[in-house]
Design a protein around this ligand. Structure first.
Ligand code: NAI
Length: 258
């Protein structure tokens, strides 16, 4: 599968899953715009892509802000001349029981995960529709298919992404544009690893973060091992090529959601 001559954008591309997807799209031949809230890490991903001999430019964006998102899409088109593939990956998580959840906690997660995907998709369609071509990939989660305790706000945001993806796919299906959701299971990024990650926060008494990470992989995943950013990159490359797959929410979760 080749993406030569295509331009891709990955939000939250500075690290983790977004970085894995950005690298995979570049390895398949695409020029890649790497956008992140954190400009330094966007630069690092772009430098890794350039080191592969591919073209990449870093951009700063806050996906919750419509002005910032519209500027990003304008800058990507002025830099690369077009936008063919957009991966709306930026996302955040927090862990709180529904009793402890404040309206601010709810709004913060919904703003990045749901509103951010909406704002990016809308702006991306603005440049894809006139060309009658586009591939939009919204990074959701298996938490958008099943609920998890202490993640009700996160699950709600990811269910929203999948519903939005399905509806928009139908709106633009006749215009050469596909819209799909990619649903990771458990990936050992900053979202899971470290003291503030899920494996740090969900430790049992006396357990180290590394032991908690091992336990979660063994107990939650039928395959016993976490997925990787590279796994997500493989599906993104497939969806970037596929002409007749749209409106789907595809899990890459080693059987977690079965
Ligand atoms: P991560 O925390 O390592 O990376 C997230 C990236 O998004 C960071 O580079 C961050 O700077 C950026 N970001 C955060 N807020 C932003 C904003 N307002 N505007 C622009 N960029 C922003 O997380 P990870 O694990 O790579 O997650 C990527 C996506 O995958 C998220 O949407 C997450 O919900 C989803 N996901 C992750 C899973 C996992 O196991 N790690 C499982 C299921 C879904």
């Amino acid at each position: 599968m080749q993406l030569n001559g295509k331009t891709a954008l990955v939000t939250g591309g500075g690290r983790g899953i977004g970085q894995g997807i950005a690298l995979a799209l570049a390895e398949a031949g695409a020029d890649v715009a790497v956008a992140d809230l954190d400009t330094d890490i966007a630069r690092e991903t772009s430098a890794r892509i350039e080191a592969l001999g591919c073209h990449s430019t870093p951009f700063q964006v806050d996906v919750t802000d419509s002005g910032s998102v519209n500027k990003l899409i304008g800058d990507v088109v002025s830099t690369f001349g077009q936008l063919d593939i957009a991966v709306n990956n930026a996302g955040i998580i927090s862990i709180k029981s529904v009793d402890a959840l404040s309206a601010e906690d709810w709004d913060q997660v919904m703003a990045v995960n749901a509103r951010g995907v909406f704002l990016c998709t809308q702006a991306e369609l603005g440049v894809m529709r006139p060309r009658q071509f586009g591939r939009i990939i919204n990074v959701a989660s298996i938490a958008g298919k099943i609920g998890f305790p202490d993640l009700s706000h996160y699950s709600a945001s990811k269910f929203a992404v999948i519903g939005f993806t399905n509806a928009v796919a139908k709106e633009v299906a006749a215009e050469g544009i596909t819209v799909n959701a990619l649903c990771p299971g458990i990936v050992g990024t900053g979202m899971w690893r470290g003291e503030d990650g899920l494996s740090g926060r969900w430790r049992q008494p006396g357990e180290s973060e590394a032991e908690s990470w091992e336990r979660h992989q063994k107990t939650l995943l039928p395959q016993g091992v976490a997925q990787t950013p590279e796994d997500m990159g493989q599906l993104a490359v497939y969806l970037a090529n596929a002409e007749h797959v749209t409106g789907q929410a595809i899990a890459v979760d080693g059987g977690f959601s079965l």
